[in-house]
Design a protein around this ligand. Structure first.
Ligand code: GLN
Length: 232
C-alpha cells in the first residue's frame, strides 16, 4: 500500500480519573473507558488527525503528571479555576457545570444550603472544587476520598452529613444508583466550566485542541455526543 504522506499523526497522551460518570468511567460490560469526555477528546483528536492514549490516575495526580510530562493533557471534568490557571494552561471551556450539596433525604429539612452545613462532617473527592468549597464551610470536618463513589458511600453509611460535588455527576448517580435515601438540596452553585489542561506554555497543543473543539462544534459532532450523555 502507498505510504500516506503529509503530517504524521501524533499520539496525544491523555490523563483522566475514571470514576466520574458520565464524564469518564469504566463501562462494566466492555471494561473500557467511556463517557462524555472520552468521546469528546476522541472526536477532537480524530478531527485533527491524531490518536489518543488514555491513562487513568488519581485526580490529584493529574496536574503533577502534566508538569513532569507523563501526560500531555487532562480530560477529566476539570473546572477552570484561577488557582489552577497559575499552574497549567486551559483550552476554551467545553462544558458548563456547577456544584451541588448531596444529603440523606431524612436530613433535607436540616441542611438546605451552604450556610446550614456549619459544623458538620463533609465528604468530597480529593483535590476537587467540591473539596475546596467544603473547606470553606465554618467548623466543618472535611474528609477527602480518592474517588467520588467512596464519598457517596460514606454519606449513605452516615459517615458524613453531606457531599459537595459536580451537579451532573450527582444527578447521574441519583438517576441510576440512587436508592431513594440520598438527594440534593435546592441550592445550586455558580456555573463552573470544564477545560482541558496542558503544561504551562504548551501553546501548540492548546491551539490544536481549541481548533478541534471548534470544528466538532461546527460540524455537529459535539451536539451528538452531548445529546447522547445528557439527553435533550
Ligand atoms: N470539576 C471538579 C474539579 O475540577 C471535579 C472534577 C473531578 O472530580 N473529576 O475539581
Amino acid at each position: 500500500a502507498a505510504m500516506v504522506t503529509g503530517a504524521h499523526a501524533a499520539t496525544i497522551n491523555v490523563g483522566t480519573e475514571a470514576t466520574f460518570a458520565p464524564f469518564e468511567f469504566m463501562d462494566e460490560q466492555t471494561k473500557e473507558l467511556t463517557g462524555f469526555d472520552m468521546e469528546i477528546i476522541e472526536a477532537v483528536a480524530k478531527e485533527m488527525g491524531d490518536d489518543v492514549r488514555i491513562q487513568n490516575m488519581g485526580f490529584d495526580a493529574l496536574i503533577p503528571s502534566l508538569q513532569t510530562g507523563i501526560i500531555d493533557v487532562t480530560v477529566a471534568a476539570m473546572t477552570i479555576t484561577p488557582e489552577r490557571q497559575k499552574r497549567v494552561d486551559f483550552t476554551n471551556p467545553y462544558y458548563q457545570s456547577g456544584l451541588v450539596i448531596m444529603v440523606r433525604k431524612d436530613d433535607l429539612r436540616k441542611y438546605k444550603d451552604f450556610n446550614s452545613l456549619e459544623g458538620t462532617r463533609l465528604c468530597a473527592q480529593i483535590g476537587t472544587t467540591g473539596a475546596m468549597m467544603a473547606k470553606r464551610v465554618k467548623n466543618a470536618k472535611v474528609t477527602e476520598f480518592n474517588s467520588i463513589t467512596e464519598a457517596f458511600m460514606e454519606l449513605k453509611a452516615k459517615g458524613c452529613e453531606a457531599v459537595i460535588n459536580d451537579k451532573p455527576v450527582v444527578d447521574y448517580y441519583l438517576a441510576r444508583r440512587g436508592d431513594g435515601t440520598v438527594t440534593t438540596v435546592p441550592q445550586v452553585f455558580d456555573a463552573e466550566h470544564y477545560g482541558m489542561a496542558v503544561k504551562q506554555g504548551n501553546k501548540a497543543l492548546v491551539e490544536k485542541l481549541n481548533e478541534g473543539l471548534k470544528r466538532i462544534r461546527d460540524n455537529g459532532v459535539y451536539d451528538k455526543i452531548y445529546a447522547k450523555w445528557f439527553g435533550a
